[in-house]
Design a protein around this ligand. Structure first.
Ligand code: ADP
Ligand code: MG
Length: 334
């Protein structure tokens, strides 16, 4: 099979908002009136960002979904993508499944694949995404204001739990694993939320490296601090169950109990990556509007704290004690 047949068969689909797509030396697109382009690129290397034997459908979905999540964080509407892919060999069933997953995500969010590059090499996937945002309205990391409320979409920790199960660090029931694996392999980019936050949020970021690290980026760029409250951080039922189980084991002094098991789960919540929820800040005046948005999007939005003076990210524990990450074993995430 020639390179061109491969591109035609696996990557060429009808487009919705493109003047000239795959097949020429460059694609041609035209931004809508009064819109700015938002552009981002991501590279995924087998063995580093995903397992080389990862299911290709899930890989196709996730490779695009993580880019859409970046658009969501900016309040941008994703419209076009390019795909550069290095393949060790032409594996037709793999390509069929990969492109099925990729286009399932592209179709769900009306994104056109408008070009790319295909070469032989160690399995690597690089996707560039282009979106639109009203001129001057993009939500930037640097926009947080003193006393802003800090919000989170959905809940955190499931993706990290699934990964810990796969790596043998803990054991989930098959039901819990199936549900957590969805979060890990098929993240749902919060595009509609991002679009609705334009004009409502002062700053935003998507959680790819863990809440503490990513909220830390907002604080750094905004030159402010934050107080967040562990009790308010939305956990899935699986994370709650894992936390209770770990705490019980420690309390009962079970032989298999590892001191720090409960802290490992906490670290999944606060520092686990791959959740792709949005963390954003907004003035308290917008509190009710954001609660209404939560209802209309049928997506939990939870206020987890507020922006403070200074540069410190203070995490308040369940008894309002300040959590010390070094002592609590979080230092490897610092
Ligand atoms: P050129 O040699 O001019 O760079 P290529 O032979 O690399 O062109 O690609 C031919 C066409 O197919 C181009 O329009 C390119 O954008 C597109 N293309 C190549 N690989 C991919 C891919 N993996 N996904 C989508 N489009 C691709
Ligand atoms: Mg080329």
């Amino acid at each position: 099979m020639s390179e061109f047949d491969l591109i035609r068969q696996h990557f060429t689909r009808a487009t919705q908002h493109t003047h000239l797509g795959i097949g020429d030396d460059a694609a041609l697109i035209k931004p809508s009136a009064n819109m700015q382009l938002a552009i981002s690129v991501d590279m995924l290397v087998a063995g580093t960002h995903f397992f080389a034997d990862a299911a290709p459908y899930q890989l196709g979905w996730k490779a695009l979904a993580v880019n859409l999540s970046d658009m969501a964080a900016m309040g941008a509407n994703p419209k076009w993508a390019t795909l550069a892919i290095a393949l060790p060999a032409v594996n037709q069933p793999w390509l069929t499944e990969f492109s099925r997953g990729f286009f399932a995500c592209a179709d769900a969010f009306q994104v056109d694949l408008i070009g790319g590059d295909t070469t032989r090499g160690p399995l690597t996937i690089s996707i560039q995404i282009i979106g639109e945002v009203p001129i001057g309205q993009a939500i930037e990391r640097s926009g947080a204001q003193l006393d802003d409320e800090i919000w989170l979409s959905g809940h955190l920790g499931d993706a990290a739990l699934a990964l810990a199960h796969i790596q043998g660090h803990l054991t989930l029931t098959s039901e819990a694993f199936a549900s957590c694996a969805q979060a890990l392999h098929a993240p749902q980019p919060r595009v509609n939320l991002g679009l609705a936050l334009v004009g409502l949020a002062n700053s935003a970021i998507d959680i790819s490296d863990g809440l503490l690290a990513d909220l830390g980026h907002i604080l750094q760029r905004s030159k402010l601090g934050a107080s967040i409250y562990l009790a308010n951080i939305p956990q899935s039922t699986h994370v709650k169950a894992a936390l209770v189980a770990a705490q019980q084991k420690v309390r009962q002094g079970a032989a298999s109990a590892n001191h720090g098991d409960d802290q490992k789960i906490l670290s999944m919540l606060l520092a686990g990556g791959d959740d792709y929820e949005l963390c954003f800040t907004a003035t308290a005046e917008n509190h009710n509007k954001i609660m209404q948005l939560s209802q209309s999007l049928k997506l939990p939005l939870t206020c987890i704290g507020h922006i403070t003076q200074g540069t410190r990210l203070a995490v308040h524990g369940l008894n309002d004690e300040l959590l010390d990450f070094k002592e609590a074993g979080f230092d490897h995430f610092k």
